[in-house]
Design a protein around this ligand. Structure first.
Ligand code: ZN
Length: 388
């Protein structure tokens, strides 16, 4: 039999395919399509616990070199590495679905998802009260297309939305096309790893750290001083920054949208770990696997969510922060500037003076403006406002 010249038709297991389903007891040899026992059990074997059910897409196929050995052992025929690899890829497609088919039915899938999937209702509702910063990276599609899939089925375009990415070119284009009004920031950790490569004769990690420090200043004045010092000390790193990106993409103080304290895409790494296996599925199976996980999470935390008091407007992180800050705030000197506009002047412990505009939710330190919850100056102004 000539194994080299037989090509399987689309959607069929090729005649030269050897399929070994790890986790299932049957193996199929492509040439005869008959089922062969991988593990034999003598009659009268003791009862063993049934194996957990393994979904087809969770099964693994052996590497091409092992497939070559299997063909040699079972059929006595030598096949090339490329034939073994082609057979393996065909089997993977049969098990996990083909990328082409997935993209063809994507629109129908999304339409039906909108119509019937109530599992996502909680996340859609929840998104209304969340910070509108969507963190993405470009490592999540590992199927044949390796591209970026971006759809705005649920989240409409708006200038209130911010995307945080690892500066992947495809993501930059996709976001600009699908969400032209949204703002787009770059992960400062990823950027710092590039920046540090342009500094020589210095500790590169210190350069990365100094760059990240610069990007996190709240006021333009503080940023300018720090960035001037960075430029003097690491001119090539600064030159790279000037030539490859704009400050508005990475410096918190001049970012045009509401970015809060989110400046890295590291949280995506945790999600990528959770969906490590799903990333290898074809698109629709991958979406299914992700939806299943999200439903599980929402179901798990549903009771916690409804058990909280509706009177509590703050998330625990902010509530604890304000609680700890209260004692420090209460000691600061406050002067009312405008009772109608609710404006105060606050002298901080370092002797500097700050202007707080409570009605506008603003402070000249700009923490309140960017983080959207009170700084120590705004807190003491609020305490004073409550008293009088
Ligand atoms: Zn302040």
């Amino acid at each position: 039999m000539n194994f080299e010249n037989q090509h399987p038709k689309d959607g069929e297991i090729g005649p030269n395919a050897i399929v070994v389903y790890v986790g299932k007891e049957k193996a199929v040899e492509g040439d005869s399509n008959k089922e062969v026992e991988v593990e034999s059990h003598d009659e009268g074997d003791e009862y063993t616990e049934p194996r957990p059910i393994v979904e087809p897409w969770q099964m693994e196929t052996p590497p091409p070199k092992i497939i070559m050995d299997l063909v040699k052992t079972k059929l006595g025929v030598d096949i090339s590495y490329s034939t073994a690899l082609r057979g393996k890829k065909q089997v993977v497609t049969d098990l996990k679905g083909s990328p082409d088919e997935s993209y063809k039915i994507l629109r129908c899938y999304l339409h039906m998802l909108e119509k019937v999937n109530h599992a996502l209702g909680a996340s859609v509702e929840g998104f209304k009260v969340m910070r509108k910063v969507i963190t993405m990276d470009a490592t999540f599609l590992k199927n044949g297309y390796k591209g970026v899939l971006m759809s705005k089925t649920v989240v409409g375009d708006s200038s209130k939305i911010v995307f945080m990415t690892n500066r992947n070119t495809s993501l930059i284009k996709a976001i600009a096309n699908v969400y032209p009004l949204a703002h787009h920031g770059f992960c400062i950790w990823h950027l710092s790893q590039n920046v540090k490569c342009y500094a020589s004769n210095v500790n590169k990690d210190v350069v990365a750290w100094r760059f990240m420090e610069c990007s996190r200043f709240y006021t333009v004045a503080e940023f300018n001083i720090a960035y001037a010092s960075f430029t003097t000390r690491y001119p090539f790193a600064a030159k790279y920054l000037e030539e490859s990106t704009q400050k508005e993409r990475w410096a918190r103080c001049v970012f045009p949208g509401d970015i809060y304290n989110l400046d890295t895409s590291n949280c995506v790494q945790s999600m990528n770990n959770v969906f490590k296996d799903a990333g290898r599925y074809s698109l629709i199976l991958m979406l299914d696997a992700k939806l299943k996980k999200f439903s599980e999470w929402f179901n798990e935390h549903r009771k916690d969510a409804v058990s909280g008091s509706v009177a509590n407007k703050l998330v625990p992180l902010v509530e604890n922060y304000l609680h700890d800050l209260w004692a420090t705030a209460a000691k600061l000197k406050v002067t009312e500037l405008n009772g109608f506009k609710i404006e105060y002047n606050v002298i901080d412990s370092d002797g500097k003076s700050y202007l707080v505009k409570l009605r506008l939710r603003s402070c000249s330190c700009r923490f309140f403006d960017i983080q959207k919850y009170p700084c120590v100056h705004a807190l003491v102004s609020f305490i004073t406002f409550q008293k009088y």
